[in-house]
Design a protein around this ligand. Structure first.
Ligand SMILES: *[C@@H]1O[C@H](CO)[C@@H](O)[C@H](O)[C@H]1NC(C)=O
Ligand SMILES: *[C@@H]1O[C@H](CO)[C@@H](O)[C@H](O)[C@H]1NC(C)=O
Length: 196
C-alpha cells in the first residue's frame, strides 16, 4: 500500500496552498505600484486594505478546508495514531494557534494583512511575544498548525503538503522581507527629512 495517493484532491490542495500567498503578494504589489485596490474602492485605502484582509482570511480558511478534505482520501499511517503522536499533534495545535493569534493581536488586522503595501506602516517595530520567540510567528504558526492536522489525521500526504506550506511561506518571505524593508527605509528617510 502506498503512503501517499497522488490523486486529484491532493493536486487541488497543493495548488490552493501555492496560490494563496502568490495571489495576495501579486495583489499587494499591484496596490503598492498602481494603487489598484484603492482605486477599486473609490480611493479609500483603508477600505481596500480591509477588503484584502477579509479576502486573505477567507482564502486561508478555504485552503485549510481543501487540505483537510484532501486528507480524507489519503491512506493513513498506523504509527501516527498512537497516543503519543496524537498528544504531540494536540500540543502543536496549541502552539501554532497561539503564535498565529498572538501575532494577529499584536499587529492588528491592517498590520497582519499587508497593510504596509497600502501605506499603513506600523509606528515602531513590534517586539515582545510572539516576535521574540520566532521571527515570523504568523507563517511559522500556520505551518505548525498544518503539521498538527497532518498528524491528527495520521496522513503522510499531510506531511508532504505541510512541507509545501513551509516552502511556499519561505518563498513568500523572500519577496516580502526585502520589500517591507524598502518601504520602511523610505518612510524613515522622509521622516528624517521632515525632522531636519
Ligand atoms: C518574550 O516577551 C515576553 C513579553 O512580551 C516575555 O514575557 C517573555 O519572557 C519573552 N520570551 C523570550 C524567550 O524572550
Ligand atoms: C520561522 O520562520 C523563519 C522564516 O521562514 C525561519 O527562518 C525559522 O527557522 C522558522 N522557525 C523558527 C522556530 O523561528
Amino acid at each position: 500500500m502506498p503512503f501517499i495517493e497522488f490523486n486529484k484532491s491532493l493536486l487541488i490542495a497543493a495548488i490552493s496552498i501555492g496560490l494563496n500567498p502568490l495571489l495576495w503578494n501579486i495583489a499587494a504589489r499591484s496596490e503598492y505600484n498602481k494603487k489598484t485596490l484603492t482605486n477599486l474602492a473609490n480611493g479609500n485605502s483603508l477600505k481596500a486594505c480591509r477588503a484584502l484582509a477579509a479576502t486573505i482570511f477567507v482564502g486561508g480558511i478555504v485552503r485549510d478546508l481543501i487540505f483537510q478534505n484532501a486528507l480524507r482520501y489519503q491512506p493513513g499511517f498506523d504509527l501516527f495514531f498512537n497516543p503519543f503522536v496524537q498528544f504531540v499533534s494536540k500540543v502543536l495545535f496549541y502552539i501554532g494557534s497561539l503564535l498565529v493569534l498572538s501575532s494577529m493581536y499584536k499587529l492588528g488586522i491592517v498590520g497582519t494583512y499587508l497593510g504596509d503595501y497600502f501605506g499603513f506602516l506600523l509606528p515602531t517595530r513590534v517586539s515582545g511575544f510572539p516576535f521574540n520567540v520566532t521571527e515570523n510567528p504568523m507563517y511559522n504558526g500556520s505551518t505548525i498548525c498544518f503539521l498538527s492536522t497532518a498528524l491528527r489525521y495520521g496522513k503522510p500526504a499531510g506531511l508532504l503538503l505541510t512541507l509545501e506550506v513551509f516552502l511556499v511561506y519561505r518563498l513568500a518571505l523572500m519577496f516580502e522581507e526585502p520589500f517591507t524593508a524598502k518601504i520602511y527605509a523610505a518612510r524613515d528617510q522622509t521622516q528624517g527629512k521632515k525632522s531636519n
